[in-house]
Design a protein around this ligand. Structure first.
Ligand code: H76
Length: 474
């Protein structure tokens, strides 16, 4: 009795009615739902989180036609050409006899990624077309049976690891090549065939985890069809198997479906897998997507509007500039996420000049300012129009990364309650900090025009009274 009264009183103080509190939904017991709540804090996950900037690579048979089939250019995503141009599977699959990237040099790719500042690389071991970049013993549709013969995945893992870059594996569950793949389960035959398919994919994933022991994470794709949603148990089996074979392994939420076919987040609203990977060609909205709780996440981004694999013609859509992509990277870090920037190498093994130039330009900025990105996350300061705050997770000064310099040269800074700004500096030079109201400052920029985002370091005193993630409004 007493307890109820206390609860009622507490509820009144908290501004919620008792009935609402009492009605709060009990979590439903799930067999295949989230395996834990909150964020992982082991060394492998800490490393993944501190990487912040990754290189995505889409490479497969689609890199050979590059979006052009029988003289006709298909503007939809190059890696979907088989479907856009309605090419029969046997015809598409025979592209493997042309797979001979004589100019491929894994060490050059890895050097370019290193120069760009990437801390991890995610490679398509198998995209929707089903072609495997490693010599899998579970299919003959792999690189070992092409004129090139060599194991591309091995070359890449070795070269990137030698540069100190983590390698992660993208794997498409959807498979246009495998006869047992099903989009839905509508008959007993479907369920028998699809069961064979799931065993095949499980075996391939185990093969990847066993044969490439330095792999850090698995990036699943092509998991949205009913067939997979009806087999949530399999997605959990895969998560468990990968973590057993490779302790510390990380899987994305996109792999997962629960007992009811709910994806990414289970029927109790809990994130499945280790990080949310639903932000594709967009950054999350910090208010609607991230306000409820904190979880790890990654956004993946194309350079043109929607091309992942190599497409010969980039003229039909806007091609993002290094500055636009840098802004997305910094914005992502400021909201506590990782940014995975895509590259689509050419069929001959080279990287197109546009991507090389882009990597070089991003790298130039990252060499000077990378410590405001790597290991950094949400700073807990109210977003301002000039750009983004970041703060090292390990503690340290707050960074202001200025993308939009106001004509006035005055940068508004609203400190969290309890925090004082004691100093602001830009490239070692102290800037004037004017306190104009409680917790409100103006940082005076020198009268100068910039062609690159500027990074200001704020020294502070005191401690924030609250650190509410919801405050990161944009
Ligand atoms: C749709 C789709 C796929 N998901 C992206 C990450 C690319 O792999 C694209 O082909």
């Amino acid at each position: 009795m007493m307890k109820v009264k206390q609860a009622a009183l507490a509820a009144m103080f908290l501004g919620v009615s008792l009935s609402a509190a009492a009605q709060e939904k009990q979590p439903e017991p799930l067999q295949y739902g989230a395996q834990y709540t909150g964020m992982r804090s082991d060394a492998a996950m800490d490393k993944w989180r501190s990487n912040r900037f990754g290189q995505f690579i889409h490479w497969g048979l689609y890199a050979i036609p590059g979006g052009v089939w029988n003289g006709k250019t298909y503007n939809y995503a190059a890696e979907f050409l088989k479907s856009s141009a309605k090419i029969p599977t046997a015809t598409w699959d025979s592209l493997m006899y042309q797979w001979n990237p004589q100019r491929f040099n894994a060490r050059q790719w890895a050097k370019m990624a290193k120069q760009m500042g990437a801390k991890y690389m995610t490679i398509t071991t198998k995209h929707h077309e089903g072609f495997c970049l490693w010599p899998s013993r579970y299919t003959s549709f792999h690189v070992g049976n092409t004129p090139y013969k060599k194991d591309i995945i091995r070359e890449l893992v070795d070269a990137y690891n030698a540069e100190g870059i983590d390698v992660n594996f993208y794997y498409s569950v959807l498979d246009w090549h495998h006869p047992d793949w099903r989009y839905d389960i509508k008959s007993a035959e479907d369920s028998v065939a699809f069961r064979r398919y799931l065993n095949f994919a499980y075996d391939q994933l185990k093969e990847l985890a066993v044969n490439y022991p330095t792999v850090k994470a698995f990036w699943f794709d092509g998991t949205w069809d009913n067939s997979v949603k009806k087999n949530g148990w399999w997605t959990l089996e895969v998560e468990k198997m990968l973590k057993e074979v490779r302790p510390g392994a990380i899987v994305n939420s996109r792999l997962r479906a629960d007992d009811h076919g709910k994806r990414h987040f289970d029927s109790n609203g809990r994130l499945m897998g280790d990080y949310e990977s639903g932000y594709e060609r967009r950054l999350p909205n910090p208010v609607t997507d991230l306000k409820v709780t904190k979880w790890d996440w990654e956004a993946c981004m194309t350079v043109p509007e929607n091309q992942w694999g190599y497409h010969k013609d980039w003229s039909v859509s806007h091609v993002k500039s290094p500055l636009e992509l840098l802004e997305m990277l910094v914005h992502t870090a400021s909201m506590g996420g990782n940014f995975l920037l895509n590259f689509g190498p050419v069929g001959d093994g080279t990287i197109r000049p546009e991507e090389q130039q882009l990597a070089a330009a991003i790298g130039t900025w990252m060499r000077q300012n990378g410590d405001a990105v790597y290991g950094c996350g949400y700073a807990g300061w109210e977003k301002q129009d000039w750009g983004y705050y970041t703060k090292p997770a390990a503690g340290g000064n707050v960074n202001m990364i200025v993308f939009n310099t106001p004509v006035s040269g005055l940068l508004k800074v609203k400190a969290p309650g309890g925090v004082r700004v004691t100093k602001a500096s830009l490239a070692g030079a102290t800037l004037r900090v004017e306190e104009i109201a409680k917790d409100l400052y103006l940082v005076h920029l020198p009268q100068q025009r910039w062609t690159a985002p500027q990074r200001i370091v704020l020294e502070t005193g005191g401690a924030a009274k609250t650190d509410r993630y919801q405050d990161a409004k944009t």
